[in-house]
Design a protein around this ligand. Structure first.
Ligand SMILES: Cc1ncc(COP(=O)(O)O)c(C=O)c1O
Length: 380
């Protein structure tokens, strides 16, 4: 069956995936692939994880959805777990990363709407990606993503360089959005001194610091959140992707004093935080809390980072989130798929590796064996 009735926004897609198990996917021809995309940093426990599958089956047979008209014990439990893990106080649940950032924007605007200075300005970083809905797009500075969609949300600004960001934050700024590692921007860690200077400036000016952990959160970088490694104390954190292992979910974690502005009726989502998604997320958090899980992400990730030096240059990342520079990223992705490995391009010359968090050293060796022909040791 063809995709003639599917909107063309994703372009041509050559492969059809029909099944997964662990770190592997199979296409409709029965071809097996080592999956270093994990559904774009989503399938944290890999594919067809037995415990996640059992939790979903049981939850589907109990209660999938009941809306936010009623108390939801799974949502309450997930909010409590995330508060404990993050040090923040309250959670709002939605269904995607863009929605989480959208909610964070609204929370920041509303926080200052209730203050004497009514700030509206929002600052984001060059190279940032926060999503494709109008608000999230307005703080995602890539011109190509804006084409045909202007005017965007007013008073959103992105300085030309990272070094200019702290200086751009003033008493007019409601919020500054940062990623600790810019994933869609090419897997580029934002230098720690820049992040620290931004935090310092946010404190001096009373600006809210929003850390977008949609891609880096939930163990991806070897700790539960990447902000822990950067010494940040955010006012708001956004999550999505890996949180429920592939079931759509988004979350906004908010410091108490800020959360107070979101009274009844201020925001909402029909599906957000439904029992199915929350049960899946609780299962993912249980697995990540198991002895040695995050330590293994760190150790296997470090090994992956070392071995990726054999495949490209400017290797950067942390945990199980890495990017490399190659002469032609699209050609690399195609050649890798032909060799049985799935990776994604994030830029003309950047290739991203974001495997399931259950990856083992032997899978890294398999990656290198399969991509033997693509090794560019002379190209660095
Ligand atoms: C850092 C970051 N924020 C937000 C988003 C948007 O998430 P979604 O595609 O779930 O809307 C992404 C997606 O890649 C992301 O990497």
């Amino acid at each position: 069956m063809g995709d003639q009735h599917v909107l063309g926004n994703y372009g041509a897609r050559a492969l059809t995936m029909v099944r997964g198990a662990g770190v592997y996917l199979w296409d409709e021809q029965g071809q097996k692939y080592l999956d270093f995309t994990a559904g774009i940093a989503v399938c944290s426990l890999g594919h067809a994880h037995p415990r996640l599958a059992a939790v979903l089956t049981e939850q589907a047979a109990t209660l999938i959805h009941c809306s936010n008209l009623y108390q939801n014990p799974w949502q309450n439990q997930l909010a409590e777990r995330l508060a404990g893990l993050s040090g923040l106080d309250k959670a709002f649940f939605c269904n995607s990363g863009a929605e989480a950032n959208e909610a964070a924007l609204k929370i920041a605007r509303r926080y200052f709407a209730q203050q004497a200075d009514r700030r509206t300005e929002v600052i984001s970083l060059p190279g940032a990606f926060h999503g494709r809905t109008m608000g999230a797009l307005s703080i995602t500075p890539k011109p190509k993503y804006h084409e045909g969609f202007t005017p965007l949300v007013p008073d959103c600004h992105t300085p030309a360089t990272l070094a200019e960001v702290p200086g751009a934050i003033s008493e007019r700024t409601a919020a500054c959005f940062v990623e600790v590692i810019q994933g869609e921007g090419g897997v580029h860690p934002v230098p720690l001194d820049v992040l620290q200077a931004i935090q310092q400036r946010c404190r001096e000016t009373g600006t809210l610091l929003v850390v977008d952990e949609v891609q880096t959160g939930v163990g991806r970088t070897g700790t539960m959140f990447a902000f822990e490694q950067a010494g940040l104390q955010p006012d708001i954190v956004t999550l999505a992707k890996g949180l429920a292992g592939g079931v759509p979910i988004g979350a906004v974690l908010v410091r108490e004093q800020v959360a107070g502005v979101m009274g009844a009726g201020s925001h909402g989502s029909t599906f957000g935080g439904n029992p199915l998604a929350c049960a899946a997320a609780l299962c993912v958090l249980d697995e990540l809390a198991a002895d040695g899980f995050l330590a293994r992400v760190k150790a296997v990730g470090q090994y992956l980072g070392e071995r990726l030096q054999e495949l490209g240059s400017e290797v950067s990342g942390r945990g199980l989130m890495w990017g490399i520079t190659v002469p032609d990223a699209q050609a690399f992705v195609r050649a890798a798929a032909a060799a049985g490995v799935l990776v994604t391009a994030v830029g003309d010359q950047r290739v991203r590796f974001v495997p399931p968090l259950i990856l083992e050293r032997e899978h890294v060796d398999e990656l290198l064996d399969r991509l033997q022909a693509l090794r560019v040791s002379g190209g660095r």
